[in-house]
Design a protein around this ligand. Sequence first.
Ligand SMILES: Cc1ncc(COP(=O)(O)O)c(C=O)c1O
Length: 478
Amino acid sequence: MSLPDKGRSTEDLLAEITRLKRDDLPVRGGKVTAYVYDTGRPEVHEAAARAYFEMLEVNTLDPTAFPSVVEMEKQVVGAVAELLGGGSGIFTSGGTESVMLAVKAARDARETVGRPRMAVPVTAHPAFHKAAHYLGLVVDAVPVDPVTFRASPTGIEAAITEDTVLVVASAPSYPQGVIDPVAEIAGIAAARGVPCHVDACVGGWLLPWLREAGADVPPFDLSVPGVTSLSCDLHKFGYAPKGASVVLFADPAMRRRAYFASASWPGYTVINATVQSSKSAGPLGGAWATFQALGREGYLELGRTTLAAARELREGIAKIPGLRVLGDPESTLVAFGSDGGGDGDGVDVFVLSDEARKRGWFLQPQLSYAGIPANIHITVTGVTLRGVEAMLEVIAEAAEAARERGPAELPEGLVELVAGLDLDALDDAAFGELAAAVGVDLGGSGQPEMAVVNAVLDALPADRREAILIRFLSVIYS
Ligand SMILES: Cc1ncc(COP(=O)(O)O)c(C=O)c1O
């Protein structure tokens, strides 16, 4: 990429963007079962896109200069608080930023003797590890029940120390879509005088509609005694364009702990509710318009179809030889793994994922961790019901093909080689060449075969996986 000498026409640019996106996964249509959320109602996404564009150049940096931001944010955050048990909130750029602010508020609310700590179930999103990394906390990881995948309240209780500033529960946790026992965990936290954050990033704007549509959803929001903050992403089941989440605090004083102000320089005064300072109001406009375009009725209808699709999917997967659904999710997130293959029916889920990709579907592979086997994750959204039979057919076909192919074949000694690599002694080019030498193309193509990469990563401990992934990122951006 180089800066052109002369400016180019809009048509020319748009044509190039189309070309650049040629190998992207489709964001609409339901064949990509993670990352994207489709209502199946193009007019809603159109309204959001136009509102986003309308707010694009507005800078949320100074709310006194752009009062539209304050009004829109109050409406959006107010709607989230109304649905999720009240509180005062902040509109953020996503789940990670919402979590970051909740962790910052908890850290700043209490002096500790040692480094501040957080008790976090192993199924909680890495956003908590990232927040700990950025904000100087220690994570005390707590195992989950190996059958239900829900966090164990006694495990959380045992992890609380005098330096614990926050306890975490997920509603639901992403990997298996199950809701942690929020009331019990929050009760334990309250009894020990520790704040409790509910990560409802993926479920906050889904579970209430599922409940209204007849699903059995336990209480999980700010109305539960002991829950002190909650995150809810609007760019997930709110169906808003990316860059939209809300963090709510039960106590307005805690929200102030998330804020940042600086007058320690000779420039303009800085008041930030979020990590970012200057930022576009586009995502806020997009989220606001999505709420307005769908309304209660729209979300409830989406809740009904999503619930029906998830039920059909779970029942269908259970009938496919060699596969089993993990846990009993209350949400519409479904994970399935191999049934172990004792009868010869077992399938390698990483090969299954590649086989589905060849057939035009993206099914998200998840590595084994903390005793939870490798599996495939599907986020069922509003558009899934229309294609659930086709999805089940593809899963069955891909499972059959994976069974025939057998597990990903790793060149002998590859795992040991990767485990023992001195990454500091390798530059990005050498790493890329090494990967190519064992048949892994890091050049980026439309339909990568990932089974070997996933199998190697799966065989490594988490800290080694992380080092390799960072190098991988560096290589693809070289
Ligand atoms: C439960 C949960 N928390 C946090 C996040 C992080 O959200 P984001 O990717 O918007 O930062 C996710 C994303 O999938 C999630 O599922």
